[in-house]
Each structure stands twice: as C-alpha cells, then as structure tokens.
Design a protein around this ligand. Structure first.
Ligand code: ZN
Length: 110
C-alpha cells in the first residue's frame, strides 16, 4: 500500500476543491462552509480523493476556498514570522508618525 492509497478523512478536505482544510477553522470559515453545503442547487462531484466532493459554481465557492487557503497557509506563516494576530489600534498613530518621518527624510534627500 502506498501513501496515495491511504484514504483521507473527507471531513478534513474542502468539499469543493479537495484541498486540506485547516485543523482549527475559524467560525467564519465553518459558517460559510455550512451555508454553502445547504445551497439548494448543490450537486455531488466525482473525485478520487474526496468521496464527499460537491459542486457549486465557482462564483459561489471562490470566497470560501480563498479563505481556507489563507487559514491553512498564510496565517500559519505569519505566526511563524511573529506577525501580530491583532491590530494595535492604539499604537497605530505612533507607527504612522514614525513612517511619515522616515518618508519625509527620504523625500528631503531627493
Ligand atoms: Zn476549497
């Protein structure tokens, strides 16, 4: 038996593109998935990898697939790099002031 013969739990896969879903999806992602799976015109889709594959037009699933890709790749990468997970609104004016001073310095040298 090879690695490709191992059956993947379909609940861990996107029903629309068969990509791996995040282990801890956001409430927004879960809610959007539930909404899409309840659409009246959803149809089964043939997939070797995902026996629970579904079909909806791309315009209906694009936001969902984009969001789960962000949650599985971009957000974990940002965490590894130490990016803040929340916006420091109180500190924002200070950051803008520092950046404007830096920009003013570069402009004055031109
Ligand atoms: Zn998807």
């Amino acid at each position: 038996m090879s690695d490709t013969d191992v059956e993947i739990d379909p609940s861990t896969l996107c029903p629309f593109c068969d990509s791996l879903l995040p282990a801890n999806p956001s409430a927004r992602l879960t809610s959007l998935k539930d909404y899409l799976l309840s659409r009246p015109h959803i149809e089964p889709r043939t997939s070797i990898r995902n026996r629970k594959a579904k079909y909806l037009p791309i315009v209906q699933i694009a936001s969902f697939c984009q969001l789960h890709k962000i949650e599985t790749t971009l957000i974990p990468e940002g965490r590894k790099k130490g990016y803040p997970m929340t916006i420091d609104w109180d500190g924002l004016p200070g950051y803008v002031l520092i950046l404007s001073l830096i920009l003013a310095h570069f402009v004055s040298e031109c």
